[in-house]
Design a protein around this ligand. Structure first.
Ligand SMILES: NC(=O)c1ccc[n+]([C@@H]2O[C@H](COP(=O)([O-])OP(=O)(O)OC[C@H]3O[C@@H](n4cnc5c(N)ncnc54)[C@H](OP(=O)(O)O)[C@@H]3O)[C@@H](O)[C@H]2O)c1
Length: 257
């Protein structure tokens, strides 16, 4: 694996973070830019994406490529943009995730289940393959998949989402085995983090919701960003196929989020 140096001779790395125009993805981008990296971020709404790019840094540090994360042509555009602009793709963060239905599994239309799998699972594989072919297969690198505690245990109403995230965790281990020793593949599994995605779970009752966690609060996007930045760093050079559970201790108390 090509390991950029550390300290003053550290080569500025570059990577792609999907679905990063707000929330956890944007926080991951901010953490990586803060340590001197350059990133390509994606999102569907071009205006929101442009606003996030402007907030995150200069064009030398961050560019946005609008599109749907599960769209093949969009994936290729983003990979090409990363190579053209930054000349390398040291890492990929598969952060996109969708949870469009809240219903018992048997009541979720098959088409909706296919869509959830397409966005949450298959796109992660497709992005990883594309980045591997374009850069990491030759030069090495690292991948982090953003899963969820919903992938660790069943939970009412979010079965299809949970199944997709459980499969994403297995995908992480499978790819970690297949792509070693040149590419490391890890995952994070957060419980409730304060973003628009999870707003319905805590809106108007944040203190009460936070008190259910042994660490006394809900997750912040920066909590997830710090873990992802670690997993992508040289400090994690001997870590692959792992899932870092970020749950404020909820699992200790027998709750998974
Ligand atoms: N928040 C939580 O409590 C929590 C807990 C566990 C895991 N997660 C996981 O964390 C990840 C990020 O969630 P978040 O909480 O940060 O959500 P968020 O705040 O709602 O942000 C979602 C981001 O994804 C973009 N996006 C959505 N669908 C997309 C698609 N199909 N293609 C490309 N971009 C897309 C959105 O921009 P556009 O709408 O413009 O596309 C936005 O930038 C997801 O994988 C989620 O499953 C979240």
């Amino acid at each position: 694996m090509t390991e950029p140096g550390s300290g003053s001779d550290r080569v500025a790395r570059a990577g792609i973070i999907t679905a990063a125009s707000r929330g956890i993805g944007q926080a991951i981008a901010a953490a990586l830019i803060a340590r001197g990296d350059r990133v390509v971020i994606t999102g569907r709404d071009p205006q929101r994406l442009a606003a996030a790019v402007a907030e995150l840094g200069s064009p030398e540090q961050v560019i946005g490529v609008p599109g749907k994360a599960h769209d093949d042509e969009h994936q290729q555009r983003a990979v090409t943009a990363a190579l053209t602009t930054f000349g390398r793709i040291d890492y990929l963060v598969n952060n996109v995730g969708a949870n469009p239905v809240f219903a018992p599994l048997l009541e979720v239309p098959t088409e909706a289940i296919r869509k959830i799998m397409e966005i949450n699972l298959i796109s992660a594989l497709a992005w990883t393959r594309r980045v591997h072919q374009a850069w990491q297969g030759e030069h090495g690198g690292s991948v982090v998949n953003v899963a969820s505690v919903a992938g660790l245990a069943p939970a009412a109403g979010i079965g299809a989402y949970g199944i997709s995230k459980a499969a994403l965790l297995h995908l992480t281990r499978q790819l970690a085995l297949e792509l070693a020793p040149t590419v490391r593949v890890n995952a994070v599994a957060p419980a409730v983090v304060k973003t628009r995605f999870a707003e319905a779970l805590y809106s108007g009752r944040e203190e009460e919701a936070g008190a259910a966690y042994p660490l006394g609060r809900l997750g912040e996007p920066t909590d997830v960003a710090a873990a992802v930045a670690y997993l992508l760093s040289d400090e994690a050079a001997w870590v692959t196929g792992q899932t870092m559970v970020l749950d404020g201790g909820a699992g200790l108390a027998g709750r998974l989020g």
